[in-house]
Design a binder for this molecule. Structure first.
Ligand SMILES: [Zn+2]
Length: 304
């Protein structure tokens, strides 16, 4: 949805010396603006998981807390972006609490959170909350096609692919853009193939797990959440977002009561909560695949 970009733009506005507040635009000319454009503003810091890590660690929060009490170097205030608060592990979250409880007057903390991801309630209650809504499908599509038109390498992307990416991203335009430019769409096809095979009993658990491992836990959970949401919609007589998975999911909807889809969604949320506590990607994927498989009618399972 562009939360990180919005936070960066807001941070820029907060340090600019002559912001045009009616337009919510920085002046673009002052020393602060020059430092921001050079990506070297010393009073703006962003904290995200380090390479090869899924979480923000307590050491990073210690550095953040140190930064929060220093005097600003060139601007009137310091801005700290936590990208994202739902990726703080428990000790890091508790460490951040101290800074949030008694922030110095010259520091602004912007905490980002992905929808539906857990954030410590003690952190949440100390923040003002701003919900960034999903744009209407037409608005998301307009933005996405304008973006794709700007880059030569994107010109071969057909409208149909664009719509598919948007549906799979549930109309989050930046996520759809990353799908179109990255490997997600092709990796997803492979994951879905193996998933179908596993459900029918023709693919082993180990083989079915492999393409999901290649997607990574975060993307796997996103995809399974999409499928479980589609399943819940089918059981309620509605429509789904993933056309390729529809046949399988519609079948499951005919043999399962609606609460099973919600039970599966809960289980996916639990896995998501576990990701910040160093759960094993492989074990979480296997656990979820086995839960999906339990939605198959017993007769089919016996035929395996
Ligand atoms: Zn400025």
């Amino acid at each position: 949805m562009g939360k990180a970009e919005l936070a960066s733009a807001f941070a820029h506005l907060l340090v600019c010396e002559n912001p045009r507040l009616n337009l919510a635009e920085p002046c673009g000319a002052c020393k602060q603006c020059q430092l921001v454009s050079a990506e070297s503003h010393p009073d703006i810091r962003r904290f995200a998981p380090e390479k090869k890590s899924r979480v923000i660690k307590v050491d990073q929060v210690r550095a953040l807390s140190g930064f929060a009490v220093e005097s600003p170097q060139v601007a009137r205030r310091k801005v700290i972006i936590v990208d994202r608060a739902d990726l703080l592990n428990i000790s890091a979250g508790n460490a951040l609490l101290k800074t949030l409880e008694e922030p110095s007057g010259d520091v602004m903390l912007l905490l980002l959170q992905e929808t539906g991801r857990p954030v410590l309630p003690t952190l949440r209650s100390r923040c003002q909350q701003l919900v960034i809504p999903t744009p209407a499908p037409e608005v998301a599509d307009q933005w996405l096609s304008a973006r794709l038109a700007q880059r030569h390498a994107d010109l071969g992307i057909a409208a149909e692919q664009r719509h598919q990416a948007l549906r799979l991203a549930r109309h989050a335009p930046m996520r759809a853009l990353s799908y179109l430019r990255g490997d997600f769409l092709s990796q997803r096809v492979e994951a879905l193939d193996h998933f179908r095979g596993f459900m029918k009993g023709s693919t082993s658990l180990a083989d079915a797990t492999r393409p999901f491992k290649a997607l990574g836990l975060e993307q796997t959970l996103w995809l399974m959440e999409l499928w479980a949401t589609d399943l819940a919609r089918y059981t309620a007589g509605g429509d789904g977002a993933d056309a390729e998975a529809a046949e399988m999911l519609r079948f499951l909807a005919t043999v399962n009561p609606a609460h099973r889809a919600h039970w599966l969604l809960d289980s996916i949320y639990q896995s998501r909560a576990a990701t910040v506590n160093n759960a094993s990607t492989e074990l979480e994927i296997e656990r979820l695949l086995i839960e999906w498989r339990s939605l198959m009618p017993p007769r089919r399972a016996r035929a395996v």
